[in-house]
Design a protein around this ligand. Structure first.
Ligand SMILES: C[S@@+](CC[C@H](N)C(=O)[O-])C[C@H]1O[C@@H](n2cnc3c(N)ncnc32)[C@H](O)[C@@H]1O
Length: 390
């Protein structure tokens, strides 16, 4: 058994007892407690998580341009749907930045749509819900909150940014052709240890059969069993409309490729990444890369057709990223301000160190045919006039 130190956070102490009583638990249950324990879970406590004072940046915390461009895509979706109502539902809204930037954009660029839309947020953390309410106070007439099983979209769009990467995952290894699962156990000396055992549920083997891709012999990998279940539920709750899922991840063949020997699990705390979920238990984020093939397949089963899938940089460029950059740059007081703006915005599209390539966007539709979405505009058709100066 591999062993790890457990610094004694209140959650670590509680988990040690729980693990000892149970004789070990699948990693997915350990991760669920780290993130969602009602009292001590990372997402349940009133800490700073997002932005400079927190643990990580998200695209929505980088600049309002991100939300503004998503809003432009929503405007087109509303036109495609027609009718009087347009319902947006966002799950896992963090500080509420994306909602704010979307609502501000619609209020100024599409007031008729703003006046008839509803924007519903689903948020697991009570402190985050309060912060979202404060962020969105100026739009109180348009926004509401509900539980994950309470919403329905008759016509509209379901949105999430960096939600699915937080779902608890089972961790597996393929050993001598057999699928083995990582269990976490408590040791007498106060450390957490990992043990490989048989799968805790037949759903694991079934998942890889359903996916049509299996972990490579000797590799460690994650199985996000909650993600396809979630996607089917999203599909079933939509009458006509769209789903936009933004997160870091890959298609399954790439996610489970030979070279990815230790999986993709990472923890974030104060802008430092590490791969040790057994320290600072409950005080750091734990995430894994998203399997977009699983999301697409599960969506298909719930009547959601994939309309577009690609890197975040393509999505943003298609929606007018460069045009927006040039417009904002023209408003800068001097070259120093313009350079700072460019440096900030580049984070959204740069492949390395930035969020441009690892981040993907999946756009699905139900009952909407196969429209040519603005986000799918080919890069070759984007006017490059004025970009030489960037
Ligand atoms: C990584 S943050 C992303 C926040 C935000 N979307 C952004 O772009 O800044 C994840 C957010 O999802 C919330 N969350 C995590 N799991 C959730 C769930 N199952 N249902 C609703 N919200 C959830 C967290 O509390 C947090 O607000």
């Amino acid at each position: 058994m591999n062993t790890f130190p457990s610094d004694i956070t209140p959650l670590a102490a509680e988990l040690r007892e729980r693990l000892a009583a149970a004789g070990g638990l699948p990693f997915a249950e350990f991760m669920a407690a780290c993130l969602y324990h009602p009292q001590y879970g990372y997402y349940m406590t009133p800490r700073e998580r997002i932005g400079k004072a927190g643990d990580f940046f998200t695209s929505t915390s980088v600049h309002a341009v991100f939300g503004r461009l998503v809003a432009r895509q929503l405007m087109q979706m509303s036109e495609l749907l027609g009718g009087d109502i347009f319902q947006v539902v966002e799950q896992g809204a963090g500080e509420g930045h994306l909602a704010l930037d979307i609502l501000e954009t619609l209020a100024s660029e599409a007031p008729e749509l703003y006046a008839r839309l509803t924007y519903t947020l689903i948020e697991v953390g009570p402190a985050s819900r309060d912060r979202q309410a404060r962020t969105l106070a100026a739009h109180a007439a348009r926004v509401a909150w509900c539980a994950a099983d309470e919403w329905r979209i008759d016509a509209g769009c379901f949105l999430s940014n960096e939600l699915v990467d937080a779902f608890p995952v089972h961790v597996v290894e393929k050993q001598s052709g057999e699928l083995r699962e990582v269990y976490v156990a408590a040791r007498a000396d106060g450390t957490f240890g990992e043990e490989l055992r048989g799968p805790s549920t037949p759903a694991l083997t079934e998942h890889f059969k359903w996916l049509g891709v299996a972990p490579v012999e000797g590799n460690r990998a994650e199985a996000n069993l909650a993600a396809p279940v979630w996607m089917r539920q999203v599909g079933e709750r939509i009458g006509r409309g769209f789903v936009i899922t933004i997160d870091y991840g890959y298609p399954a063949a790439e996610l489970y490729a030979l070279h990815r020997r230790t999986g993709t699990l990472l923890c974030y705390r104060q802008h430092q990444a590490d791969d040790d979920p057994y320290t600072a238990v409950g005080e750091k984020d734990i995430t894994t890369h998203v399997d977009f093939t699983a999301l697409q397949q599960a969506g298909d089963e719930a009547g959601l057709t994939t309309l577009w899938f690609g890197e975040q940089y393509r999505f943003l460029l298609g929606l007018g990223f460069f045009e927006e950059l040039l417009r904002l740059q023209a408003c800068c007081a001097d070259e120093r301000e313009a350079r700072a703006l460019r440096m900030t915005l580049k984070n959204l599209i740069l492949p390395e160190q930035g969020m441009g390539e690892t981040f993907k966007v999946l756009v699905q539709g139900k009952g909407v045919g196969a429209p040519a979405l603005h986000c799918a505009r080919p890069i070759s058709s984007i006017p490059m006039t004025g970009l030489a100066a960037l």
